[in-house]
Design a protein around this ligand. Sequence first.
Ligand SMILES: Cc1cc2nc3c(=O)[nH]c(=O)nc-3n(C[C@H](O)[C@H](O)[C@H](O)COP(=O)(O)OP(=O)(O)OC[C@H]3O[C@@H](n4cnc5c(N)ncnc54)[C@H](O)[C@@H]3O)c2cc1C
Length: 547
Amino acid sequence: MNDRPSPSLRETNVDKLPRGCFDVLILGGGINGAVSAASLAARGAKVALIDRGDFAAATSQESSNLAWGGIKYLESYEFGLVRKLCRARNLLIRSYPSTVREIRFYASHPRGLRHGRWKVLLGTWLYWAIGGFFTRRPRLLSPGDIAREEPIVEVGGLDGGVEYSDAYLHDNDARFVWGFVRSALDHGCVAANYVESLGSRREGGEWVTQARDLVGEREVRIRSRLLVNACGPYADRMNALDAVKTKHRHVLSKGIHLLVDRLTPSQRVLTFFADDGRLFFVIPMGPKTCIGTTDTPADRPEVKVTPEDRRFVLDNINKRLRLPRPLAEGDVVAERCGVRPLAVDVAGDGARGWVQLSRKHAIETDAEKRHITIFGGKLTDCLNVGEEICAEAQRLGIALPFAGRAWYGEPHPAVREQFFHQARLMDLDGMTSPHSSEALSTRLWRRYGAEALGMLEAIRRDPRMAEVIIETSEYLRCEIQEAARREMVVKLEDFLRRRSKIAEVVRREDIRRAAGLREACRILFGDQADAKRAEYFGEAQATASST
Ligand SMILES: Cc1cc2nc3c(=O)[nH]c(=O)nc-3n(C[C@H](O)[C@H](O)[C@H](O)COP(=O)(O)OP(=O)(O)OC[C@H]3O[C@@H](n4cnc5c(N)ncnc54)[C@H](O)[C@@H]3O)c2cc1C
């Protein structure tokens, strides 16, 4: 018998989709769909959320993991946008102190750059001021400072640099998105991954969406008073399918990152100007370093890392760092690749240069059809998107009985206190995991919030719950059980790439060889364990289901 509760949560939700009429159906469970679901559900609307893949499996898992105020938009004098993004960043840091953390950006300044070093420093001070002096103060760096503090940076050719602050997502973007999906579920949202909208049409004053459950291979009809298109780079296709005309559309910008072994022990983002003049980052990511990114036009959302992309990133990094030997393709542990959906006016895009295209989001409402499309945006701006969607939904007549209710943020400080107190009593941090330098209690609290209290109880009952199952990763048995029970893991990739970041920091071959992987699969998938494992590694197995 298969008694895994997590898939059954999904199955139960798929069963609920055709029942009754939802206030709002949200198409797409990336960051924009997830915050829309979390905010509307917390405020009392009857909400459904579907994604044709896993939650956050498109653009929202391919970002640079930064919550940043957009310093580079100062160059295009978009002060309003910078102010808005800085405020959004500050709000994220305040609301998620364990997850969204201030980090120093250590920016090299090459001699002869179009803006002098003092002008760049002035820019960082302006940025700091626009951000309400919320972060630590910027500082000027001499070549000597850089050589002393970050000896890995090649200082020949530099006349110094500047250091300033922004923020980063500690666990990664996809896990951050999952937090909002989880919160939406906790407020009664009917959410299901691997359910694809095949198109929606108006029928008797309601939307009827024909959708396909890609796991159970069945079709469902979902009725809703309001439809929100949060399909990110696929939003234009979805609007075409649903006969919705908009004033905005997307242009797509492809960006890649490469993950390599940790290059420098410091917890800073090293920042350079790449050969194409764009900012280029070396970002700490757990035990690895994430390098990127690129910014090239794409004509479709389905993109892959090409040999040229890889060469560009590796060449740029090898020129700017003093490494024992140049980084080569063999050093790449994992890759990330996605498209930024950039919102432009249907009437007049193209007037601006490619890299100047704005990263603003636009929420476009068709009041007559009761339809909303979310265009563009950034992870950084997600709390604003949630608020704006609530305001628009109310304007379109959706009742939000708890309109003033806070829908984001970490649990109440008293819950936090209780968790850390219990963890101390159990000496949880004495049980350190070999692949993490971070205290176990800090890590569990950051990832699971109030749910981490249940994990403490599980560990008290059975100390084996605190054991790492997949060697070379830091994830404990109780975390995998939590994923199986509450995190709607359908495929092994959902767990390895998005609920955890194992696939980002451990080479595929090492994951395949890990003796504990089979046990992890058993916990996650019960009697389908072997098939799901084979599916992930692309191994031929007659029973490997392809959802
Ligand atoms: C290289 C790169 C770096 C970036 N760096 C940063 C950064 O550091 N900081 C930052 O704030 N932002 C960053 N961004 C921008 C940010 O990642 C995106 O703006 C954001 O993730 C877009 O989220 P979304 O929800 O709109 O789209 P997506 O995450 O793409 O979600 C759309 C969802 O719709 C689903 N969907 C599509 N069609 C259907 C259908 N028919 N039925 C059901 N579901 C469907 C898809 O499966 C997908 O999950 C970066 C982007 C890139 C590409």
